[in-house]
Design a protein around this ligand. Sequence first.
Ligand SMILES: [Ca+2]
Length: 195
Amino acid sequence: MAQKSVTLNPGESTEVAFEVTPMVAKTYQVSVDGLYGSFVATTVPTPPEYYVVMISPVEGDEYDPYTPVLVRWTYGGTLEYSEGFRVDLAKPGESYKAISSPMWVPAFQYTIPGSYFDTPGIYKIRVVPGIGWSDEVSITVVGGAPPYCNWAAFNIAYGSKVGDPNYNPIFDFNGDGKIDFDDFVTFGDVCGEYL
Ligand SMILES: [Ca+2]
């Protein structure tokens, strides 16, 4: 806490200044030895040299269950970075866990496999730079029948891998680049009740 002491004789006044650097635009309450006041920060200072800004998804986006989420971001100030970016996910009611693989992504985008989004609710996604500030968004995974619950479409994609003409990433629930038995099991779990 900042502290300054002044001594005044009766009837005297003086000006005392404190400098604060608010990091969020909002109203701040201040008190000085029993005297209360407030000030409003309407703009925030320029962030540090290194910071992440999320491009997608945007706050409040809605997704169907088991839908992969493409996360894209920029890195402010300078594009030089040493380690890359870590992507963290907080499932509904849980705290953040690092989920990117490799942990430090040497790129500005990352697709979170659909298998992470197995429960309706609000998910938080955070991108953490090796150096600097992270940014986060919340998305909502809605309940109900996902549009891909279509056996005919799944059968066409079954057995394919990335690069094949019939590969369809929507069915690659675990994001391993191929649509195989694991995805078949997930498809059955998610879509069974809707088919
Ligand atoms: Ca797969």
